[in-house]
Design a protein around this ligand. Structure first.
Ligand code: GNR
Ligand code: NI
Length: 176
């Protein structure tokens, strides 16, 4: 397995609508493994393929706490097949927007149909942190970031800070 670099916002690669995975083969399984390693190392509770520069409908999640056994999930071509009427507010962060957080309103739960690493169709009823995370990751597959769900004022504040941080990092790297 290999740890992959995570793309930081703003970046056009994070705005693309990803394409369906046509066949669940060894290359896809290797990518899923690399994405899990990258997510655990970050550390994060989810990672979508576009965050590592692959514009495909694939994501990984593990919402187990540090004191629990790992529960790695790999969702390929996920689709929402049912959604709660009720909404919920949850503070979100994103590995592509490090150190920025905001409250996001989303449906309380979703039912998702997807292919697993064996290409088998599965369904997942996701609520609480897992529900938030699945919806956050599925948004990435359509080029949507959590800041697209908040006010333009807060969004622009965060994105401007990201541009500033990127410039500072580029300057520091040039000096090395
Ligand atoms: O690690 C992550 N934590 C998180 C917390 C609240 C809501 C969503 C997330 S997902 C995020 C990792 C990430 O950026 N996935 O795309
Ligand atoms: Ni994210």
């Amino acid at each position: 397995m290999a740890k992959l670099p995570i793309i930081l916002a703003p970046d056009p690669a994070l705005k693309l609508k990803c394409t369906l995975v046509e066949t669940v083969d060894d290359e896809i399984r290797r990518l899923a493994g690399d994405m899990l390693e990258t997510m655990y190392a970050a550390p994060g509770i989810g990672l979508a393929a576009p965050q590592v520069g692959v514009s495909k409908r694939l994501l990984v999640i593990d919402t187990a706490r540090d004191d629990e056994e790992p529960r790695p999930l790999c969702l390929i071509n996920p689709e929402i097949v049912d959604v709660s009427e009720e909404d919920n507010l949850h503070e979100e962060g994103c590995l592509s927007l490090p150190e920025h957080y905001a409250d996001v309103v989303r449906p309380t739960w979703v039912k998702v149909r997807y292919l697993d690493r064996d290409g088998k169709t599965q369904e997942l009823h996701a609520d609480e942190l897992l529900g938030t995370c699945v919806q956050h990751e599925m948004d990435h597959l359509d080029g949507i970031l959590f800041v697209d769900h908040i006010s333009a004022l807060k969004r622009n504040m965060i994105l401007r800070k990201m541009v500033k941080t990127k410039k500072l990092n580029a300057r520091d790297e040039a000096a090395d």
